[in-house]
Design a protein around this ligand. Structure first.
Ligand code: FPP
Length: 244
C-alpha cells in the first residue's frame, strides 16, 4: 500500500494504536521480552514518520497500562529505562519533525527520573504543531473516567458546577487532555480483538482496525493500509446512509 493511493481529503485526524505483541515477537525468536520492546520503539518511530507524511494530526499510543505495573519487576524496570533512553535519544528528532509530545495516565506512579525526562520532553516540544504524539503511560480508561468524576463532584461540592448542567462536554473537559479530539481510527496489532481499558469514553464512534502482525513488525505500509481501509467505510454516527 502506497501513500499515493490514499484520499488526501479523508485522512483520519487522530489515530490511536494498541501496540501489542512485543513479547510474542521476542519469544518467537528466542529472545528476551525486552528485545521485543526495543524493536517496538523502532516501530513507534516509523509510525510517527508515516503519520506526518500522511498528514495525520494526532497519534495516541498505548505504551504502558495501569495493569502493566503487575508485570515482573525486571520487565517494568526495563520498559521504564527504555522509555527514558528513547525519549532522550529522540527529543531532537521529535523537534525537527515538529512533534509535540503529551501524555495521558497516572504519571505520579512513574519513577522520578522517568517523570523528569518526560516532563522535559513535553516542555521542549510544546510549541510544535505538525503532529501531537500522545503517549498513554500508566494509563487506564476506567481510572481516567473515575478521576474525571471526582473532579466534577469536587466542583459540585464547591458550588462551581450545577448538577443539571453536567453534560458530555463536562466529562470531556475533565479527561486527561480536554481538547484532544476523539480518535477516528483505532489500530490494534497482534491479532487480539479487545480494548484492554483503552480510551473507552473517546472511542465511542471510532472505526476499529485489527491486524495480525506483532507490533515490532508494523510497517509504514501497514499504517497506510489501515487508513485506506478506514477511508472505504461509511461513518454514519447513528444516521442513515441517505442522510450522510
Ligand atoms: C505490548 O506488548 C507492548 C507494551 C506493553 C509496551 C509497548 C511499549 C513500547 C513499544 C515502548 C514505547 C516507548 C516509547 C518511548 C513511547 P506485550 O508485551 O503485551 O506483548 P505480548 O502480548 O506478546 O506479551
Amino acid at each position: 500500500m502506497d501513500i499515493l493511493t490514499l484520499d488526501k481529503k479523508k485522512i483520519p485526524n487522530h489515530i490511536a494504536v494498541i501496540m501489542d505483541g512485543n513479547g510474542r515477537w521476542a519469544k518467537k525468536r528466542d529472545l528476551d521480552r525486552v528485545e521485543g520492546h526495543k524493536e517496538g520503539v523502532e516501530a513507534v518511530k516509523r509510525t510517527v514518520k508515516a503519520c506526518i507524511e500522511a498528514d495525520v494530526r494526532f497519534l495516541t499510543i498505548y505504551a504502558f497500562s495501569i495493569e502493566n505495573w503487575a508485570r515482573p519487576l525486571a520487565e517494568v524496570e526495563s520498559l521504564m529505562e527504555l522509555m527514558v533512553f528513547a525519549l532522550n535519544s529522540e527529543i531532537e528528532e521529535l523537534n525537527r519533525q515538529g512533534v509535540s509530545l503529551k501524555t495521558i495516565g497516572d504519571i505520579s506512579m512513574l519513577p522520578k527520573n522517568a517523570k523528569a525526562v518526560l516532563q522535559d520532553c513535553i516542555d521542549r516540544t510544546k510549541n510544535n504543531n505538525k503532529l501531537t504524539l500522545v503517549v498513554a503511560l500508566s494509563y487506564g480508561s476506567r481510572w481516567e473516567i473515575v478521576e474525571a468524576c471526582k473532579k466534577i463532584a469536587s466542583n459540585v461540592n464547591k458550588g462551581e458546577q450545577k448538577i443539571d448542567d453536567i453534560c458530555e462536554k463536562t466529562l470531556n473537559d475533565s479527561m486527561c487532555i480536554p481538547d484532544l479530539p476523539d480518535p477516528d481510527l483505532l489500530i490494534r496489532t497482534s491479532g487480539e480483538r479487545r480494548l484492554s481499558n483503552f480510551l473507552l469514553w473517546q472511542l465511542a464512534y471510532t472505526e476499529f482496525y485489527f491486524i495480525d502482525k506483532f507490533w515490532p513488525d508494523f510497517q509504514k505500509e501497514d499504517l497506510y493500509l489501515a487508513i485506506y481501509n478506514y477511508q472505504n467505510r461509511e461513518r454514519r454516527f447513528g444516521k442513515t446512509s441517505e442522510q450522510i
